[in-house]
Design a protein around this ligand. Structure first.
Ligand SMILES: O=P(O)(O)OP(=O)(O)OP(=O)(O)OC[C@H]1O[C@@H](n2cnc3c(O)ncnc32)[C@H](O)[C@@H]1O
Ligand SMILES: [Mg+2]
Length: 172
């Protein structure tokens, strides 16, 4: 069986759990480590480009001696006057390949958009809005605005499947 050492470029449990649950269900044996990694973009990315770049930078900066490193980044972008939640992932390999994929996108209510435009991070806006703490570490904004049907971990899992799937296809 093929054995690989992988890094997830975040200490956020929603991201770590998403990656580990997907990696448990593939035919390779994967050893996963969570490492801090710089996204080199703003704490709250405000476009698809910036969100994607954050994911890419995280994966490259986390790679070190790992076989692969996965970066996941949440952001927002403006479309027809509305702010949409967007999520990007990147997988960097020791051989120099880079895979990218995006996940679910939903519009945010105007009252949330106003605070984002004022420069506040979505994580803290959501905690105030829902009167909870640490929403970004489990259900996320996507969970709150989909009645819990799609939580942040599930959304990231889908992105991780898109990344690992592309990588596996090239490696077989
Ligand atoms: O520790 P890291 O890996 O940085 O995890 P994070 O939760 O900060 O996640 P991101 O940096 O990828 O997300 C960028 C910003 O958007 C926020 N965010 C993105 N998606 C969110 C969601 O679904 N729910 C709550 N906050 C979210 C997040 O808290 C950050 O302020
Ligand atoms: Mg962050």
């Amino acid at each position: 069986m093929k054995k690989i050492r992988a890094a997830i470029a975040s200490k956020n449990p929603a991201k770590i759990n998403a990656v580990s649950s997907v990696l448990k269900n593939i035919e390779w044996s994967v050893d996963l480590a969570a490492v801090d990694s710089d996204s080199e973009v703003s704490a709250q990315p405000f476009s698809q480009q910036e969100t994607r770049q954050g994911a890419i930078n995280r994966s490259k900066n986390a790679l070190g001696n790992f076989d692969i490193a996965i970066g996941l980044e949440g952001g927002v972008y403006e479309l027809e006057g509305m702010l949409y939640l967007c999520n990007w992932g990147a997988l960097a390999t020791q051989e120099g390949q880079l895979y990218t994929a995006a996940g679910a996108q939903i519009p945010l209510p105007e009252e949330i958009a106003i605070e984002l435009r004022a420069g506040i991070e979505l994580g803290s806006i959501m905690d105030d809005y829902a009167n909870e703490s640490g929403i970004r570490q489990h259900k996320g904004a996507v969970g709150v605005f989909t009645s819990g049907l799609v939580n942040r971990g599930e959304m990231f899992s889908h992105i991780v499947k898109l990344l690992i799937g592309q990588y596996q296809r090239d490696s077989d």
